[in-house]
Design a protein around this ligand. Structure first.
Ligand code: NDP
Length: 330
């Protein structure tokens, strides 16, 4: 038997509980991992609270991320004792995930734990942090450089946003952090934000073209916020869009695209090819200040995961959340 957060569905919706599960119920896969740490991302919180259609088969163990130690492997790249990390690939959505003592997955989904990170660091970063890096890499690939002007980060006090602020500041960009929580201004300045602005105006319908303000942006909000970000990008600016914390819609016009040549760069972490994942982790090792990572991370007990998922969806949880499961393994 092993311990897991178990999600079941009944006529009242999603039911989440801590359960003892028989090992014979683990899904198919060629590598079994003893989980050392997991984490809570927005998508995990949607799955646990049932607030979004994330789970594709029932019952489900949530957790789109884990780090741990290989217990058994039939995969040529992994042997017992190897330290590994998993992000995405539909784990915690359609395949049992990391909020459990054990996980069984396809070895092709794993990446080796990247030096100098510990298993805990890897989960402090998690999908949110690795996605923030993918967003930065998308802006760089498009040619956005620090000398072109300010970079806006929306949802800045959340997981993706916090890591994006820290990364961009370290890389020499002037970062403007947008938040719905003005009380987090000093936290965001400590991460490297040069300026903190309220979400306020960007949540309301705006003009098709607003004053040119941002050389680039990382957007986790979607919806009206993303529409207003597009309208306020400078000529040939770009926004890396990865989230929907403010909504799934995009109530925008084509004006910024056809009159200012701005670019909307979509970022997906779940099915991101292996080479780009490895590059993102290499870049995180190079460009994420360990002190900043410590400052944006909170540790919670396994038994508090379900309550904390509610706080994340309510937008009252700051930064990244780490869940120690068997920390002595790491
Ligand atoms: P968090 O919950 O940690 O952060 C989300 C933040 O968004 C909040 O902290 C808040 O920041 C802001 N926010 C909340 N409500 C609204 C709103 N109504 N309008 C605008 N902003 C809002 O989540 P994560 O950082 O883990 O994820 C952020 C988003 O990115 C999610 O939508 C998630 O699904 C997506 N994502 C996508 C990935 C991909 O592969 N494309 C991978 C990882 C995440 P503040 O209070 O500072 O405004």
């Amino acid at each position: 038997m092993f311990r897991a957060i178990l999600l079941e569905k009944n006529e009242n919706g999603t039911q989440a509980r801590v359960a003892e599960v028989d090992e014979s119920q683990l899904p198919e896969g060629d590598v079994t991992v003893r989980v050392a740490y997991s984490t809570l991302n927005y998508k995990d919180a949607l799955a646990i609270t049932g607030k979004g259609p994330v789970v594709r088969s029932w019952p489900m163990v949530p957790g789109i991320d884990f780090s741990g130690v290989v217990e058994a492997s039939a995969h040529p790249d992994y042997k017992p004792g190897d330290r590994v990390v998993l992000n995405g690939w539909g784990v915690g959505e359609g395949h049992w995930g990391g909020l459990a003592d054990k996980a069984r997955v396809k070895g092709d989904w794993l990446v080796p734990l990247q030096a100098p990170f510990t298993a805990r660091d890897a989960m402090a970063i998690g999908t949110a942090g690795y996605t923030a890096m993918l967003c930065v890499m998308a802006l760089e690939r498009y040619g956005i450089t620090p000398d072109q002007g300010d970079i806006l980060v929306t949802g800045a006090a959340g997981g993706v946003g916090s890591v994006a602020v820290a990364l961009l500041a370290k890389l020499g960009y002037r970062v403007v952090a947008m938040t719905g929580r003005p009380e987090e201004a000093s936290y965001l300045q400590d991460l490297g934000a040069a300026e903190v602005i309220p979400r306020g105006d960007y949540s309301e319908p705006g003009r098709p073209l607003a004053k040119e303000r941002w050389a680039g942006a990382v957007d986790v909000a979607g919806g009206q916020v993303l529409a207003n970000v597009c309208a306020s990008l400078k000529y040939r600016g770009a926004v890396a869009a990865c989230g929907l914390a403010g909504g799934m819609s995009l109530p925008a016009t084509v004006a910024p695209f056809i009159l200012r040549g701005v670019a909307l760069l979509g970022v997906d972490s779940v099915m991101c090819p292996r080479a780009e994942r490895l590059e993102a982790w290499r870049r995180l090792a190079q460009d994420l200040d360990p002190g900043k990572l410590a400052g944006l991370t909170e540790e919670i007990a396994f038994g508090d995961v379900i309550d904390t998922a509610g706080k994340l969806i309510a937008g009252s949880q700051r930064g990244r959340v780490v869940v120690p499961i068997a920390p002595k393994l790491a």
